[in-house]
Ligand binder design. Sequence first.
Ligand code: 3EB
Length: 321
Amino acid sequence: MLHVHHALRDEPRLRHTLAEFVFGIDTRPDGEPRRIPVSLEQLGGDRRIERWSTDAPVTAGSSGDFGYVHDGDHLFASLVVPAEHCADMERVTRSSYLHLDHLLRKQGYPHWLRAWNYFADITGGEGEAERYRRFNAGRYGALSLSSSLDQQLPAASALGGDSGGFVLCCLAGKRGGLQIENPRQTSAVDYPRRYGLRSPLFARAALIANGRGAQLLVSGTASILGHESVHIGDPGRQLEETARNFEALVDTALRADGERWRSASVRLESLKVYLRNAADYQPLLPALRRLFAVESEPLILRADMCRPELLVEIEGTYALE
Ligand code: 3EB
């Protein structure tokens, strides 16, 4: 069974660790396959790490540039490509995704459930040369070849920072999950061409079995209605729209799978908030706490979204029991 927790750095590990996301401008890979260094600064609060853990013992290994950790049901794999090799984002993304897909199959976890993508200067470059568009072309080039993705795209996040290389991390399963889309939003695969010739390949959320319950892994979610960014220039209203998108995803998940989870209790397990402007942290905090009944403090990071007008993006996990 998978658990996610935003832990203090020295908090004791109560379970077996599959992955630990560590944040900060100067974080570097250190060869430990459980540790995923993300060059984004945490805003406010105690310094936290994002710990994914399991009740089952884990095995760790490495393959090429990837480190991986698995427990018999799930596998985390991650890679950091140094910044000096990231000039051609399409090529770096395509080859990283192809290698990762190969690794997942070889280890027996062929189902992509969730991906995280971090790279600097995400909106740098004009038109089709924009780095996020090149990233999408590379991801498309790799994943459109993967037969396991016909039915089920992974949930995902794609964010930029000020520095660092390309960080790709994936949660994969022995068994597949259920792709959840948001009725308020155009599926990213169907975005019109003006957002790029190659569609972003991700699901709005993934619903995965977890012991007797299920976990809903919500993708990076922003103030987008249909395919258009709304509340341009207003971080407070972008936050509220994002919360409505979260609600719609939970509603959809409870009705998915033959309404299997219709009367389940829904608990927000973890919330990770990305803010473009550090100055929005204090003013948004009360609304964040009010809109998302989060058990512990949300983890808040300074990051760039893939559209310049987006000021807030939020991802999270819900436990359905
Ligand atoms: C959006 O809804 C905002 O390219 O993997 C959110 C989550 C976004 C994942 C991705 C992009 C991605 O289009 C951006």
